[in-house]
Design a protein around this ligand. Sequence first.
Ligand code: ZN
Length: 384
Amino acid sequence: MKMQMQLLDATVSTPIPPARIPDAPHVFSMSCKVTAVNGDLATPDGRDKAIAWWRKYGFTKLWLESYRHGEHAPTERLVEERDAFRAAGFEVCGLITPTMLNDPAPGASEPQMTTCWSDPRARERMRAEVARAAWVFDTVILDDFLFSPCGDGCPRCVADKAARGIADLGEYRRELMFEVCERDILPAAKAANPKAHFIIKYPCWYRNYAARGYSPARQADLFGECWIGTETRDANPEPLQACWIMAWMDALTDGKCGGGWYDALDCKPEKFVEQAYYTILGGARESLVHCYDYVLAADPGRTPFGEKAETPGACREAFEREAPKLRELAEFLRGAERGPFAMGADGVSTHEFRKNGGRYIARLNTADRPVAGLPPHGFELKGR
Ligand SMILES: [Zn+2]
């Protein structure tokens, strides 16, 4: 058995302590991209269909996106949908994906996907989107596209880096991203809505945080809350990461990790559901399915970097099958103490919990074959 501690990269060796899972109902939530907000969800009929599905499968909270990839959801539409979903009993928050905020490069038909933050025009556009979202929603989450690969190949970044007297590219990106958060995002949000609470979401590729501009401990202090991506997808060789990264981020940010976010991109249905189990087993207070567009819509919308939602219908069906067990697990974990967990060489992970004086073992088979009494991708929770 390989203990979870050994899975951590030496450069990010924040320990994962045992922890008590909050004794509060676990929140199942779903994000809706601009494509859905401007499409299916823009009509009462479309909303009714979505509401029926969300209710049936235990979702109580929505995150409506106002901006992504240069596409906007009009403010009046956001207000209309916010109010309609609230009237139906849902908690409704906002979402911004900070992509395509620069001008297109000369000769290019559209802006680059990730943002060059040394560009004052990109920061101006970001402030405008932040203000708009904060005007509609008290709570807004930022998709993990704050990161930037811009630097050595960009004359503006090269000059800015030199002017700041910073030699290291990662340090420059961290400095710049923090400045965008501190001087652009949060002031623009507070000016539009004094009650605005913005959340920074981190991707699950934790090994590259520092090089791409993220400084979670410092940023979580600034925002007051962060979230973690548990979107391990098919290609990640550490499936258990979707479980331990929640506790790891919570420890790194002094308890400020508010939830886990996974998606249906580049994953088979079994992997989609595995991410759901691990997000809950990791102790998340809220698990967010990204997104309506990938799981429930006919049109998944545009996905960056060639990522694909190839089996949306199959992911939805797999989730529907597992939903009762996921809810049962989340309910059981309320107030439980999370003990050790580990991935076995056979692909079955084992998770120990203590509750009401009892000891319980959860097991999840990540393999495509039956292992140790569990069917392929099977889950069980047993008292001992
Ligand atoms: Zn640049």
